[in-house]
Write a protein that binds this ligand. Sequence first.
Ligand code: ADP
Ligand code: MG
Length: 698
Amino acid sequence: MNDLPSTPIEYLKGVGPQKATLLNKELEIHNYGDLLFHFPYRYVDRSYFTKVTDLHYEDSYVQLKGKIDQIKESGKGRYKKLSARFSDGTGDIQLIWFQGISWIKSSLAIDKTYIIFGKPKVYSKKWSIPHPEMTMVTHNAVRTGFFPLYPSTEKLNSKGLNSKGIEKLISLIIPQIGQSFPETLSDDILNEYRLISKKEAIKKIHQPKSQQEIQQAVMRLKFEELFYLQLELLIRKKLSSIKHKGFIFKDVGPLFNTFYQDNLPFQLTNAQKRVIKEIRKDFLSGAHMNRLLQGDVGSGKTLVALMTMLLAADNGFQAAIMAPTEILATQHYESIKDFLKELPIEIALLTGSTKKSARKTIHEGLEKGEIHILVGTHALLEDTVQFKNIGLVVIDEQHRFGVAQRSKMWRKNTNPPHILIMTATPIPRTLAMTFYGDLEVSVIDELPPGRKEIRTSHRYEKHRLNVFEFVRSQIKLGRQIYMVYPLIKESEKLDFHNLMDGFEAVSRSFPLPEYKVSIVHGQMKSDEKEFEMQRFVKGETQIMVATTVIEVGVNVPNASVMVIESAERFGLSQLHQLRGRVGRGADQSYCILMTGFELSKESKKRMQTMVESNDGFTIAEVDLKLRGPGDLMGTQQSGLLDLKISDLRKDGQIVILAREAARKLIQEDPKFELEKHRRIKKHIDKIILAKPDWGKIA
Ligand code: ADP
Ligand code: MG
C-alpha cells in the first residue's frame, strides 16, 4: 500500500480540522507525506550540557544540568510571573514562567538535580530561560540520544504545535511507514555513494540515535534532492539544445542605423553595446533565441530592447514588448514613441483598458502588418491578438509572468518569435547556472555615466519631523518625492489603512495650496491610477504616496527622494527596486528607510545593507544569505528550486557528487531504458508531469 503519504493530515490523532487548516496555511502541510518531509532544522544532543558560563547565543536551544535554590512569585494578575534561580556550579540563571504558575510552583523541587532545556534570552542584562522543559534526574530518567527541533510558526505554537508538538505527531506516523516510501535511487547509485535507503533516511532524520545516523539521513535526502535537480537541468538543457528553428534578422537596416546615428541622445554604454552584439548574433544564427537580459534598475535595458525591436522591424518583422502593469506599459509606450518620433514606424499600446473601438483598430493594424511595435500588458497574449509576422517578443520583469502565459507567445507565428526576457532582479552569479541552465544570459553590468550614487539613510519614527523637513527642502528645489507603503497580501485591509493614515498625515504635513499630493494604490481603478500617475509624471503634484504598485519601472527623472515607510516589512530586492525609482536624473537623490524602533537582527542587516550598498549584485548576495535561494524572486513560481533540505550555498560538495551521478546516468542511458534505472525513470516522469510546460519555456 502506498497511500500513507497522501492521507490527509486531519486524520492524524490529535490534529483535527482546525489544526489541519493551520498546518496547511502555515507550513503547507496537507498530508502525512508533507509532515514527514517537514525536517528538523537542528538536533540537540541529549548527552551534552552547556555550562551557564558558556552561554553566549540568543535564539538557540541549550541543555543545562543543575539545581534550583530559590523560587519566587512576583507581579499581579496578567503580569504575574514565577521565577526560579537555577545554578550549575559555574553560574546561575533565571527560569521564568508566565503561565501555569501555581501548578509549576507546586511541582518544582529545591536542591534536586534537573536537566533543563530551552532558549536562553537576556532580560535586563541577565540570562534567563522562559518556560523551560524540565526533567528531574533520578537514576533511570536520563534521556539520551538526539532529538529534533522543528521549524514552527507563532500561530502553530499557540495551538500546541511547537517543535515538541510536531515531533509528537511525526512519531505517531513513523511506526506506520511500512513500505510507503519505495526507493527512488538506483542500486548502483546507492552503492557507489554509500547511501542508505529512502525509508531508513526518513525514519532516521526524525529519530536518530547518533550523530552518524543524522549524517547518513541528511546525506541521503540531500543527495536525492540534488540528484533530481541536476537530472532535470540536464534534460532541460538537452531539450533546449534541440534548437527550434528561429527567424533570421539579416540586416542592420535604415531604422536601426538612423536611430543609432541621428536620434540616440547619448552614447551607449559598453555593456549595452556588448549585449546588442550578443543578441544580434542570435538573430543571425537561424536558431530560436531564448535570452535573459539582466541589469540593475536604470542600467538601460529598455533602450537595448528598443534597439533590438528596430532590428526586427528592419527585417520585416513585428515586435512586441510586454510589461507586467498597465502603468509600466504606458510608460514604455510613451518613451518608445518619444525615442522613435523621427522614424517611419508605427507603435501601438494595448492594455486591459484599451477601449473596444481602439482595440479593433489595433487588431486590424497588427494583422495587416501596419503596426510594427506593440507595447502592452497581458492583454497582448489574448488569442484575438494576431500578428502578420511577429519576430520578437520582449518580456519586461519576467517574474510577474507565469510560465503558461509565456508559452502563449510561441503560438503567435509559424516559428516561435525570439524571446528576450529582461529582469532587474539580479541572480547571484553563483546561482545563475542552476536557475537558468538552459537560458542564454546577457548582463548589463554598468550604469550610464554621470549617475550620482543614491544616498540612503535609515531613520526611525521619532525622526519623522526631520525627514519631512528635508522633503520640504527638496520640494523647494523643485524636486518630487515618493512615499511608499508596504502592501502585503495577507493583510491587505490593514495595509490599506496604513496607507490611508499615511496619506492623511502627509496631506496634513504638506498642505494645499503649497503642496500637491498624488495617491496610487492597488484598490483604485486603472484609469484613476493612470490619472494620478500622470499628474505626478507631468510634475503637477510633488509627492506621490503609493503602495508598491510603483515598484517596477516607473520613470520620473525629476523625482529625487524615495521615502520607504515600514521599510522593515520589505525584502532586500524589493527595497533595491524601489530605490531605483529615484536617481534617474542629474540631481543628487536620496532614499530614506523609515522603520519602527524594534528591529529583528535580519531587518537590521537589511537596512544596513541598503545604506552601505547601491549595487544590485551585492544586495542579491546578502539577500541570498539571509533568505536562502528558495525565496529569491521568480524561483518560487518556476518551481524549479523547491528544495526541502539542501542548501545550494552550503552543499556544494554534494551538488558536485549529484551532478556527476546525473551526468553518468544520462551518458549511459539517455532515455532511461535500462531495467536498473526503472525507479529513476518513474520518479523523473513524475517530476516532469508536475510541470506541464516544461522544456518549452525559458
Ligand atoms: P532599465 O529598464 O534597465 O531600468 P531604462 O532603459 O529605463 O533602464 O533606462 C533608464 C534611464 O536611463 C532612461 O531614462 C534611459 O533613457 C536612460 N539611458 C539608457 N541608456 C543610457 C545611456 N547609455 N546613457 C545615458 N542614459 C541612458
Ligand atoms: Mg526598466
